[in-house]
Ligand binder design. Structure first.
Ligand code: ARG
Length: 463
């Protein structure tokens, strides 16, 4: 091979170009072209700083900054010819800049390396995704609040072990997810606050001898400050891992909710009807309406959690500072982010459109001896029984109802008194599901008034 075939950006010491397989394993342009806008923003900030500090002339900086806008519009317009030989987005952009503006393009890479460049680009990209996740979560919470407010006093069974436990309200169940998704928002915001420092100016790993102003580029790119250690700046990807960690937990929450929607929309439960817009049919069974969106959300956790594990594994053995292994960070994060945003949007749509089947919810709430705890509490409160004894008496009444094939409120007073002679007729007041939920007024409890207070609190907080 001739010298001409070696890489134009770094081929000075090379006599031959790379093997085709080397090029294939080395190139990242097929995916890191997604960083084009961030790369160009970083380069424009860098060029302005180089001129402000007198490292390059204003004329060259102006040409570079203008030329970069041309390159960006070519990329955004789909007219850009990406080259695998130029490896990645950084060298593709710079090579095109040289074609557009000529010699000044060669001055852009002064006091910079692809190591701090890629770390900067990727931080900017992840930061945008964090903002998008927060926006998506906010919309989903908005949809849940509408459901919760409408159904603050609709009763449904509350489960433990997926066995009927105690009646709760629809609004209370919706608000449980509001709390979870709000914590997810908090996790993304916390990660954003920690990651919002600029790696730019760390150069390859050791900093630079040029009199750069890292505060200037940090500010231009919306970072709070430059990162304090150049080795750290180019070699950690913890910011991406925090994003994936927050995304994994959020996806886990989405998946649990999706699982409930799959169960609730089944013919056996009929708790909710999902809209046609978020369901699909079967090509063979005409009666089917499948909750595919919920199922796919449930499945997304796999790839998002997978990305988290994959990047952890990539990073765990790397000596400081940059290693090419780190090029493997991007596809995982891109895929996880795309699928998280899709899952959030699909869940929001499903929640907005779904309608609760109140009669089915209420019937289910009343079955399965769901007010047995209310009965035991009544025995404690009204007859002064120790809770353990009340529990035992109630258990015998449940067994009696089960044997008769009825529910607790269907037992007669005589039936009740055969188990405990002091039981009075007013016990029946606490056996109704509406009275049961209305009585749970402890802070954070399922009583409609508590649910309405939760809704009001979140509405105020989210503005
Ligand atoms: N494409 C590379 C990456 O994503 C850019 C950094 C390359 N740096 C280097 N020293 N080869 O990690």
């Amino acid at each position: 091979m001739t010298q001409d075939q070696s890489n134009a950006m770094w081929g000075g010491r090379f006599a031959a170009g790379p093997d085709a397989i080397m090029e294939a394993i080395n190139a990242s342009i097929s995916f890191d072209k997604r960083l084009a806008a961030q790369d160009i923003a970083g380069s424009r900030a860098h060029a302005a700083m180089l001129a402000a500090t007198g490292i390059i002339s204003d004329t060259d900086a102006d040409a570079i900054r203008e030329g970069l806008l041309t390159v960006l519009s070519e990329i955004e317009g789909g007219a850009f010819a990406f080259s695998t030989a130029l490896e990645d987005i950084h060298m593709n952009v710079e090579a095109r800049l040289k074609e557009v503006i000529g010699e000044p393009a060669g001055r852009l890479h002064t006091a910079r390396s692809r190591n701090d460049q890629v770390a900067t680009d990727f931080r900017l990209w992840v930061r945008d995704q964090i903002d998008a996740a927060v926006t998506g979560l906010r919309a989903l919470i908005g949809a849940l609040l509408v459901q919760a407010e409408a159904g603050a006093d609709w009763v449904m069974p509350g489960f433990t072990h997926l066995q009927t436990a105690q009646p709760v309200t629809w609004g209370h169940h919706m608000m449980a997810y509001v709390e979870m998704f709000a914590r997810d928002m908090g996790r993304f915001s916390d990660a954003r606050a920690r990651m919002n420092e600029s790696p730019l100016g760390a150069a390859a790993l050791a900093g630079t001898s040029f009199p750069i102003d890292r505060w200037m580029t940090a500010e231009a790119l919306g970072f709070d400050r430059p990162m304090a250690n150049s080795l750290d700046a180019v070699s950690d990807r913890d910011f991406a891992l925090e994003f994936l960690g927050a995304a994994s937990i959020c996806a886990m929450h989405l998946s649990r909710f999706a699982e409930e929607l799959v169960i609730w929309s089944s013919a056996q439960f009929r708790f909710v009807t999902l809209s046609d817009r978020f369901s699909t049919g079967s090509s063979i069974m005409p009666q089917k309406k499948n909750p595919d969106a919920a199922e796919l959300i449930r499945a997304k956790i796999g790839r998002i959690f997978g990305a988290n594990v994959a990047l952890m594994t990539v990073m765990k053995g790397l000596p400081l500072a940059y290693s090419k292994d780190m090029q493997e960070d991007k596809e995982q994060v891109f895929d996880a982010a795309d699928n998280l945003m899709l899952a959030l949007a699909a869940m929001e749509g499903m929640v907005r459109d779904m309608s609760a089947n109140r009669p089915a919810l209420e019937a289910a709430a009343a079955s399965g001896f769901s007010t047995a705890t209310d009965l035991a509490d009544w025995l404690v409160r009204e007859l002064g029984l120790p809770f353990r004894e009340a529990h035992h008496v109630t258990g015998r009444l449940v067994a009696m109802a089960e044997a008769k094939g009825c529910d607790l409120p269907d037992l007669s007073l005589a039936d009740m008194q055969s188990v405990h002679a002091d039981i009075r007729a007013d016990v029946f007041d606490v056996l109704g599901v509406h009275n049961s939920v209305a009585s749970r007024v402890s802070y954070g409890g399922t009583a409609p008034e508590q649910v309405r207070a939760q809704v009001a609190r979140w509405k105020e907080r989210l503005g």
